[in-house]
Design a protein around this ligand. Structure first.
Ligand code: NOS
Length: 323
């Protein structure tokens, strides 16, 4: 990939680390095309308190404690305290049950929402949010500051299952299921949104043999990830009978870094908020003008990824993690 012309793109990673989050964060830190200006945390793979701790820990591993961490919401957009936490995917600590020592650093004295609003105002049109968990913090930023949607450059989110089954249940993908109300706010906000769903990320698989390739590097990220990946591999073997793991978050990250790795279609996306299809994401391609005025009429278009150059994504992930 050619180095980005001019200044690197500023990104904020909204994250619930998480094993594939750790990979995505490390890939971003090794990508000259982007400058990571902050991490904001959210529940999802773990509770928010642990997400903050893990975010600080990962930055310490990377020797990047200069990057601020802002703690996000502990409840959903509708104030629901009953959260769905995917610790069975990532281990009880979110990072492969390694019992790492607690980080020395602390989050900044500002909420994730306030940090997102502040940075979007500071660099209008220049900040990309790469959202790797439920979208609560982003929806709160949209609610808090009506100019957020025009000030934020782009929101690239890992979420949704477009015209395929979900991974929480047949209807819903985990990040959207985690806070469907927030997701619907983000999709209908009018911001420049690119959704990378599991219809795309399930094509990007790190196999056992790729893991051996990773093991051949003595780079610090490769060696760290080998330790935490075991739990993620075990989960995929049990749940999907695959000899490999899906690279959800790294794929979304690379789509933000280099959009030419994916193709997308545009249309309105709405999210089902209740019932057995709660968390379902549905794309309306706007090819038909429907007779009735409905909840779909006049909704802004977003971008939804439909194809990915999976070999290129995998190659970049390995290259950057093995440096
Ligand atoms: O089966 C699953 N249930 C819940 N969360 C999952 C599952 N597989 C992966 N993830 C996590 O949710 C996001 C993708 O939907 C990824 O961040 C992944 O780590």
């Amino acid at each position: 990939m050619a180095a980005a012309a001019g200044e690197p793109k500023k990104i904020i990673i909204d994250t619930d680390p998480g094993i594939d989050d750790a990979m995505a964060i490390f890939v971003a830190l090794r990508s000259p095309e982007v400058e990571v200006i902050g991490l904001t945390t959210i529940y999802g793979n773990v509770y928010t308190t642990l997400a903050t701790r893990n975010a600080l820990h990962l930055l310490e591993i990377a020797d990047r404690t200069d990057i601020p961490v802002a703690e996000g919401s502990h409840v959903t957009f509708t104030n629901d305290k009953k959260l769905r936490i995917a610790d069975f995917v990532h281990g009880a600590d979110g990072l492969g049950n390694q019992n790492f020592p607690p980080p020395e650093g602390k989050p900044i004295d500002m909420s994730a929402t306030d940090f997102l609003v502040e940075q979007a105002n500071l660099y209008p049109g220049k900040v990309t949010v790469v959202a790797l968990g439920p979208l609560t913090n982003i929806a709160l930023a949209i609610q808090k500051d009506p100019s957020f949607v025009k000030n934020i450059g782009q929101i690239v989110l890992l979420g949704g299952a477009f015209a395929v089954n979900g991974n929480v249940n047949p209807a819903a993908e985990a990040n959207i299921f985690g806070d469907p109300d927030a997701a619907d706010i983000v999709f209908t906000s009018g911001a420049d949104v690119l959704a990378v769903g599991i219809n795309v990320t399930h094509q990007v698989i790190l196999t056992d043999s790729d893991r051996e390739t990773l093991a051949s590097s003595n780079g610090k990220f490769a060696q760290y990830l080998l330790k935490i990946l075991e739990v993620y591999f075990n989960y995929h073997r049990d749940a999907y009978s695959t000899k490999g793991v899906y690279l959800h978050d790294p794929t979304a990250m690379l789509a933000a870094i280099n959009p030419s790795l994916i193709t997308y279609v545009e249309g309105a996306v709405r999210v089902q908020k209740n019932g057995i299809t709660r968390g379902l994401t549905l794309l309306y391609n706007k090819q038909k003008r429907f007779a009735e005025i409905t909840e779909w009429s006049d909704q802004p278009s977003v971008k939804v990824a439909v194809t990915v150059d999976a070999p290129a994504v995998l190659k970049l992930v390995l290259e950057r993690l093995m440096e």
